[in-house]
Design a binder for this molecule. Structure first.
Ligand SMILES: [Ca+2]
Ligand SMILES: [Ca+2]
Ligand SMILES: [Ca+2]
Length: 170
């Protein structure tokens, strides 16, 4: 009986170790924040749909959904810390393609809660701005903000992948 219990404890310990190891790993080249891993493209410009397809190559991955001030701040700080990312535009996972003016995160289809729109946006300029981008610039004021943009524009992009599932497939 004692041996069986001991074996169970060892089995549980190994299981926990495996779970912990899996949760702590982000795919190579990704940044960790909270429970997610983030990829920032720097030389891989894509339209909004192509960018989402790239992110989906990672289990549970999609264009980033920025749900909190803390997540927003993490992303801006990272973008500002890398010279080639400054004065650049990055697709993120918001869209009002389904219903004009009704902004959702594509990964969850939930309405945007936290937002950081540039004054006067979303503007839906030319009745053709249904995808969400982050703009970062040292000279701009504010230095960073969200803007709705034409989904066919080629831009860099940011993926978010849950940490425990952050392994590449296919
Ligand atoms: Ca998120
Ligand atoms: Ca729109
Ligand atoms: Ca706009």
């Amino acid at each position: 009986m004692m041996i069986v219990q001991y074996a169970n404890v060892v089995f549980l310990a190994i299981l926990l170790l495996k779970v912990n190891t899996a949760q702590e790993v982000c795919p190579e080249g990704f940044m960790k924040h909270g429970e997610s891993c983030y990829f920032f493209s720097s030389h891989l410009a894509a339209d909004w749909i192509e960018a989402g397809s790239f992110c989906k190559r990672f289990n549970g991955g999609d264009l980033v959904a920025i749900q909190t001030q803390s997540e927003n701040e993490f992303i801006y700080q990272h973008l500002l810390s890398i010279p080639q990312h400054r004065d650049n535009d990055f697709w993120i996972g918001g869209t009002d393609e389904f219903v004009e003016g009704h902004w959702v995160w594509i990964s969850t289809m939930q309405r945007l809660g936290f937002t950081d729109w540039y004054p006067g946006n979303p503007s839906d300029s030319g009745s053709n701005e249904d995808c969400l981008e982050i703009m970062v610039g040292l000279s701009a004021s504010p230095r960073h903000y969200w803007n709705d943009e034409d989904c066919s524009k080629k831009a860099n992009f940011i993926c978010e992948v849950p940490m425990s599932e952050g392994l590449i497939v296919g």
